[in-house]
Write a protein that binds this ligand. Structure first.
Ligand code: FES
Length: 280
């Protein structure tokens, strides 16, 4: 609304589709692909914000647009890094990708994290990050922001289908210390281990719990945190797993209705995490 008003009540043009050259492709076991795309150096800093993601495709047809988080990076370069887990019709298009190919992308869009404000206001304290598999990469921005704000960050990770080699690469590259743990048991419930960790971290005074999990586990973890004895409980932030199509708040693919009078556009809106847990 502010942008509309600043623009004389005229809608701005949506983001345009651009072409980028693939500068690097590394394949990891577990169908994971790390790719590096060249972007104009003047636009590079816009991609390195918490919650930044782009829509990217290799094929001409816009149907194949996939929203992928831009990986946190320390240095300014003329490229951005993306980690893609090839799991379906859209992500499988990247299987044949090689250095020098061109891809189509639009963005950056900035709503890939929910609870950004809460995460940004935690300073000089303790924070907890709980991730599973690919959920680690969109969480990297939050981890680095918390570390820069002089917080002690405890990271618990279930590597899921991730390869051990990729996990070690993450630890070496980002110099983070990770405690490996199982988050989900064979019944699809949170394990006793992770429930114990959540209780302990809350009792120890963690001020923020960030969750990099699938919607199914997110809901369970948020319910568990909300039931904790400490009141008020810690802030919660999480990755935004909404199914997105346009990213501009137009098509309605990402909308949820917490009640009949309210529509949330998850591609654009920051929502209260408890409200989010109620609609996923
Ligand atoms: S993705 Fe189209 S409205 Fe959100």
């Amino acid at each position: 609304m502010q942008e509309l008003k600043n623009n004389g009540n005229k809608a701005k043009r949506g983001r345009r589709v651009k072409q980028g050259e693939v500068a690097r492709v590394i394949e990891y076991a577990g169908d994971c692909l790390f790719i590096r795309i060249k972007v104009p150096v003047t636009e590079r800093s816009a991609f390195n914000r918490p919650g930044a993601f782009i829509f990217i495709r290799y094929l001409e047809n816009t149907f194949f647009d996939v929203p992928i988080s831009v990986i946190y990076e320390e240095n300014e370069t003329d490229t951005i890094g993306l980690l893609i887990q090839m799991r379906g019709v859209k992500t499988n298009q990247f299987r044949e990708l090689k250095k020098g190919d061109r891809v189509f992308y639009r963005g950056p869009y900035l709503n890939g994290l929910l609870g950004k404000k809460e995460a940004a206001c935690v300073h000089d304290g303790m924070a907890t990050v709980i991730c599973r598999g690919i959920g680690f990469f969109p969480s990297l921005h939050v981890i680095m922001m918390l570390a820069k704000n002089r917080n002690k960050v405890n990271i618990y990770m279930d590597k899921g289908s991730f390869d051990e080699h990729l996990l070690n690469t993450i630890i070496d590259l980002y110099e983070v210390s990770i405690t490996e743990t199982d988050i989900c048991d064979s019944e699809g419930e949170l394990t006793d281990n992770i429930c114990g960790i959540i209780d302990r971290e809350i009792a120890d005074g963690t001020r923020l719990i960030h969750l990099g999990l699938s919607d199914y586990l997110l809901k369970k973890a948020i319910e568990k945190i909300r039931k904790a004895d400490r009141k008020p409980g810690p802030f919660i932030s999480c990755i935004n797993n909404a199914h997105m199509c346009c990213g501009e708040g137009i098509c309605g693919a990402c909308t949820k209705n917490p009640d009949p009078s309210r529509i949330i556009h998850l591609c654009k809106e920051q929502v209260d995490i408890s409200e989010y847990a109620g609609v996923i």
